[in-house]
Design a protein. Structure first.
Length: 420
């Protein structure tokens, strides 16, 4: 009797190892936010100066993504990921022992550069490990580290910092990095570097759909970081400062739920999920403008949207622009994170916390419009997944855009790569 051959399956251990690398990068980046006063006091600087350790980390990731991708294009991919995790291990260990602010900032910037390599490889590795029909789901699995870091890792790190001290907490994160190195060495298969001379990453901007995805990413991440970086000031403005832990827990758990739903549906409903994630965050920002906002509802909607967008944007840009598009996404995402914190701080100083939801709303409205208009390319109703190693690889000759792409007649709006 004939048996039906099993369908394609995910390779869970290597995908989860890569997800843990993303988790480690987010925890290393955001941990100072939870122990900022203690770090500032021990390193003899003000809290504003210590806060730049987060901004510097994010900007280092965003600004180094493109040159780092070109410099390491020929490296075996496993060696690159192992080297990046080793730099995170070293940075966390040195931070735990550092006697000075300049040394701490230097290793934080080095860690930010290392994370650029991890983010740039997550999607490419996930796609290489998975049959094309499961690409979106594999990307969602590797992206699970982000909402888990936000909902569990950072609160646990903050609690550990208050209980044990910030130095032992960074030492624990370094120990996690050491365990992750062993896991990657044993579980993640190697993949070759890119043969030939890599095409300039900027050629991906000529591919239809890439610019709309980058615009929506920049606007969404800016809106998130304007609010999230100064969520304590915002909650104090509403007289809910004592509920911060509960609200952040709701946001984090909703983000995990959003990611779980995205992982199930992304390969069939990428466009609809992106519209829903943007609309959910936009609704949350609008609720925060009410005189007595329903904060738990707003946090839940915000988390549902935020937990979904990383795999959605990664999949959309990989479909539209291949691995060069993914490198541009990493640069866009992390630069927007750094600029979001800076812009939110400026708004807070000049106009107070009540203006933060307005700024988020002003960013999310055009993001939703561009997502809706980018129907033919960028966020199409039906995905056109690209198998690894084809002409969408970074070593391929640039593909000429059809006449009018990114202009009238395609459903994509013309967007400057610097917009947002």
């Amino acid at each position: 009797m004939a048996t039906t051959p099993p369908g394609p399956r995910l390779r869970w251990s290597p995908l989860l190892a890569l997800a843990t690398a993303a988790f480690l990068g987010i925890v290393t980046e955001a941990l100072p936010a939870g122990v900022l006063p203690e770090m500032a006091r021990d390193l003899r600087v003000g809290e504003a100066a210590m806060g730049q350790s987060l901004t510097g980390y994010a900007l280092a990731t965003g600004l180094s993504a493109i040159p780092l991708a070109r410099a390491t294009a020929h490296w075996p991919r496993k060696r690159l990921v192992l080297a990046a995790v080793a730099v995170l291990l070293l940075a966390d260990a040195v931070t735990a022992l550092s006697p000075s602010y300049p040394l701490t900032m230097a290793v934080r910037i080095a860690a930010g550069v290392a994370v650029a390599a991890i983010w740039s490889e997550l999607v490419g590795y996930a796609r290489r490990l998975t049959p094309p029909a499961l690409h979106g789901r594999a990307i969602a699995v590797t992206g699970v580290g982000v909402p888990l870091a936000l909902s569990l890792g950072i609160p646990l790190g903050t609690w550990s910092g208050r209980l044990l001290g910030w130095r032992p907490t960074f030492a624990l994160v370094a120990a996690l990095a050491a365990a992750l190195l062993l896991w990657i060495a044993l579980a993640v298969p190697d993949a070759p570097g890119h043969p030939g001379r890599p095409a300039p990453v900027r050629t991906a901007l000529r591919r239809p759909g890439v610019r709309p995805v980058l615009f929506v990413t920049a606007a969404y991440v800016l809106a998130h970081n304007v609010l999230y970086t100064y969520v304590t000031a915002l909650l104090d403005h509403y007289g809910a400062g004592g509920r911060r832990d509960l609200l952040l827990l709701v946001l984090g758990l909703a983000a995990v739920a959003g990611l779980a739903a995205t992982g199930t549906l992304i390969d069939r409903r990428l466009r609809h999920l992106t519209l829903a994630a943007t609309a959910a965050f936009l609704t949350a920002a609008a609720l925060l403008l009410l005189p007595a906002p329903p904060l738990l509802l707003a946090a839940g909607l915000w988390g549902l949207g935020w937990g979904s967008v990383a795999p959605l944007f990664q999949t959309a840009v990989a479909d539209a622009g291949g691995e060069p598009g993914q490198t541009l996404l990493v640069a866009t995402w992390n630069t927007a994170m750094g600029l979001g914190g800076a812009a939110g701080g400026l708004l807070l100083d000049l106009h107070g916390p009540g203006t933060l939801p307005w700024s988020a709303l002003a960013l999310l409205l055009p993001a939703l419009a561009v997502t809706a208009l980018a129907r033919r390319h960028g966020f199409p109703p039906r995905r056109r997944p690209t198998a690894p190693g084809n002409a969408d690889g970074p070593w391929a000759a640039p593909r000429a855009a059809p006449l009018g792409d990114g202009d009238r007649g395609t459903g994509d709006v013309p967007v400057s790569p610097r917009a947002g």
